[in-house]
Each structure stands twice: as structure tokens, then as C-alpha cells.
Design a protein around this ligand. Structure first.
Ligand SMILES: Cc1ncc(COP(=O)(O)O)c(C=O)c1O
Length: 383
């Protein structure tokens, strides 16, 4: 049977391996507290769920790729409030089914293989979807390492000009999964200057802008010139709505027009009842503040633990992730296995890219009680 060689060449999605190991432990009747995947387990605000229910009609036709004007307006208002930018809901925004599908397929929208724009630049360790989408689109992928000594920002000067000249698309992700660091606006200015100089698209994956613990992170959309620039955001993390599948792309009107043309081919318009629930979600900050406070409490518990047991928190002040350096002489996978034997499931950094070796990632998604229990287990087990 024919199978895409790109599919065949891909290793098992790392989290599948991780979940298998945990399932085996559970099958033996042992406890596992799961800090592996970044799927928030906080309840969704009841007002959002109510809006979803109210949005269901007796007959619902195909949703349009451009999305409901009410949703585009809600997103534009949110971007205006949050980042002080002026957004035209008619030209600058398109809704997406969460951001994963939009991130995956975006290379197909901008790559020009016959024209020599065949390269997608990503950062690693990182969310694997930009790279995988690029591979399926037939791109050459260049992965820039995120290193602790550079504050987990890519070294842009290390990229040869010949690579930039072939680049169709550069993906950046701040606040960053997995390192939790944020990028200053000057970083986006630097990348945008390179994008203008070499004619590539800058895509900013901003899934975690709302999960912060010192000051609100900036958006690439705060740059004055949106030519060649798009930002992807989502309700998944901000509003604990992973199951709803609701996000958006905003930025350069020419790129938004390209998405309006492309997306009906794939059938990726969000269901209207989800869009109506999303209007309520983008319109409210109270539930987001509550979520941030919960994550901050969980984070506090772990930071205290790390200090007590001599672990180094290498990561930054945002996202739901803690990026922890493993003790000297241990590997990511070895250390994660050791923690799993204690009943605590974390992601080995090496699953997220070669530069993730030497770290493990805690996704602070279990409940506060479970977090307290895990801290207790680790206090005993690692002491
Ligand atoms: C960096 C990053 N971007 C985007 C996403 C996509 O989330 P969603 O498709 O739920 O919006 C995730 C999810 O884990 C992520 O970690």
C-alpha cells in the first residue's frame, strides 16, 4: 500500500511514546501524575460553555472560512486592548481551528519551491508542528537551536545569508514552549528587519502570551509594519479550551487574503457554535486572570521544591511549562524515566529537539492538589 515517505520517515510523535510508558505503569496499578502534555485541565468558564450551547441551531450549514464578523470583531477588540494595536476585522484577521492546523498548513500557503523559496526556518527544542507541516509541504527545514547561554533566543547572526535567501517562512514562538522565556520587542524588530531584507514571511506563534507571571509579554503585532508578518493565537491555553479548537491568524492583509483563498480548500472553518463561544471568551479577562493565578500557585510550589532538592529552573517567566536542567551526568530521558518511576510524568527535553537534551519539561496541567502531591513525592524521592 502506498504511504507518503514523509509520513513513513517520521518517528512516533514523541508524546505517544511518553503516554505508552505511563499507561504501562498505570496498568500495573501504580500512580502517575501527568505533567507530560500541555493540555490544560482547568475547567472552561461556564459562560463560554453556555454560549456554545446557545449557538447550536436546528440546522447548521457549512461555516465560511472568513468566520463570523462578530468573532473577527471580538478578536480585533482583544488585540486592541491587549497589545494596543489597531486591527481591521475585515482585513487583518481570520479564525482557525485552534492554531495547530493553521501552523501545520501555513508552509503550503507561502512556500514557492519552483521560485527557490524552499526553506522553512524553525527553532528547537520546540513544538514539532511547524517543522512537520513544512516537511509535508516539501520544504527544506533549518532548525535554529535555542540555547540557555543565549537566553533561549536563536542566534540570528549564525544563519548564513544563503539560507535566508531561500527562506519562505521563519517560525518564532514566544513565550516559548518549552523554555518559558519571552522575547523583547527588539528581537521581533531584528527578525522583521531580516524578513524585509531577504523577503521571507515571519510567523509568530503566540499561543502562550496570556500565561505570564511577571509582566505581560509583547506580540510581534506591536511592530509598526505588518508587511510579511502574521501572528497565530488561540483560546486553548488562555481559556482552557483545547477541545473547542478555536484560534486566529492576524497580521499582513495580503497574507490574510491568501489564507482566505487557501482555507476553503481544506475545510478548516470553525463551527459557528464554537465561534459564538469564542466571542465570549475573547471578550472576558476575568477567567484568564483566574487561570494565571492558579498556574502561578502551582509554579510557586515547584520552584520551592527545585530549590529544596537542588534542581535548577532554567526557564523563563511565562507559559505553563517549567524547563528544568537535569542533574549533571544524567540525560533527559534517563531523568524523566527516574521521575516516572516515582510516579511523576514529565517530557524529556530531548523529545522536543536535540538542544533540549539536558532538560525536562513540566507542564503544570494537573490540579493544584495533584501538584502538591507530586511535590511531596519528589521531595521524598529526590532528597
Ligand atoms: C507552541 C505552541 N503553539 C501552538 C499550539 C497549538 O495549540 P492549539 O492548536 O490548541 O491552539 C501549542 C499547543 O501545545 C503550542 O505548544
Amino acid at each position: 500500500m502506498p504511504v507518503s515517505p514523509i509520513l513513513r520517515a517520521q518517528s512516533t510523535y514523541p508524546f505517544v511514546r511518553l503516554n505508552q510508558a505511563a499507561a504501562e505503569r498505570r496498568a500495573r496499578g501504580l500512580e502517575v501524575i501527568d505533567f507530560g502534555m500541555g493540555d490544560p485541565r482547568e475547567p472552561t468558564d461556564p459562560r463560554i460553555i453556555e454560549a456554545l450551547k446557545q449557538g447550536v441551531r436546528e440546522r447548521m450549514g457549512y461555516p465560511a472560512a472568513v468566520g463570523l464578523p462578530e468573532l473577527r470583531e471580538a478578536v480585533a477588540r482583544w488585540l486592541g486592548r491587549r497589545f494596543h494595536v489597531e486591527v481591521d476585522p475585515g482585513r487583518h484577521v481570520i479564525p482557525t481551528l485552534g492554531s495547530k492546523e493553521a501552523i501545520f498548513s501555513f508552509a503550503q500557503v507561502v512556500l514557492d519551491l519552483p521560485g527557490g523559496r524552499d526553506t522553512v526556518v524553525v527553532t528547537e527544542p520546540g513544538y514539532p508542528v511547524p517543522e512537520r507541516g513544512a516537511q509535508f509541504a516539501g520544504a527544506r527545514v533549518v532548525a535554529l537551536p535555542l540555547l540557555e547561554r543565549n537566553g533561549f533566543l536563536p542566534d540570528l547572526d549564525a544563519v548564513p545569508v544563503s539560507d535566508w535567501q531561500r527562506t519562505a517562512l521563519f517560525w518564532v514562538n514566544y513565550p516559548n514552549n518549552p523554555t518559558g522565556v519571552t522575547a523583547p520587542l527588539s528581537f521581533y524588530e531584528h527578525v522583521a528587519a531580516l524578513a524585509r531584507e531577504h523577503g521571507f514571511v515571519l510567523a509568530s506563534d503566540e499561543a502562550y502570551t496570556e500565561l505570564w507571571f511577571d509582566e505581560p509579554p509583547v506580540s510581534a503585532l506591536q511592530l509598526p509594519d505588518w508587511t510579511g508578518l502574521v501572528a497565530f493565537n488561540t483560546l486553548s491555553k488562555r481559556s482552557s479550551m483545547t477541545g473547542f479548537r478555536s484560534g486566529f491568524v492576524a497580521g499582513d492583509p495580503e497574507l490574510i487574503a491568501a489564507l482566505r483563498q487557501y482555507r476553503p480548500n481544506v475545510g478548516t472553518a470553525p463551527q459557528e457554535f464554537v465561534q459564538r463561544a469564542s466571542v465570549v471568551a475573547w471578550g472576558d479577562e476575568e477567567h484568564v486572570e483566574r487561570a494565571r493565578a492558579t498556574y502561578a500557585r502551582k509554579r510557586g510550589l515547584f520552584l520551592e521544591l527545585f530549590e529544596d532538592v537542588g534542581l535548577s529552573d532554567a526557564g523563563g517567566p511565562a507559559t505553563m511549562y517549567l524547563w528544568v536542567a537535569v542533574p549533571r551526568g544524567e540525560t533527559s530521558e534517563g531523568y524523566a524515566t527516574r521521575l516516572l518511576e516515582l510516579g511523576v510524568l514529565v517530557a524529556p527535553g530531548s523529545f522536543l529537539g536535540p538542544s533540549g537534551e539536558g532538560y525536562v519539561r513540566f507542564a503544570l496541567v494537573p490540579s493544584e492538589e495533584e501538584c502538591a502531591r507530586a511535590v511531596e513525592i519528589l521531595q521524598d524521592g529526590l532528597a
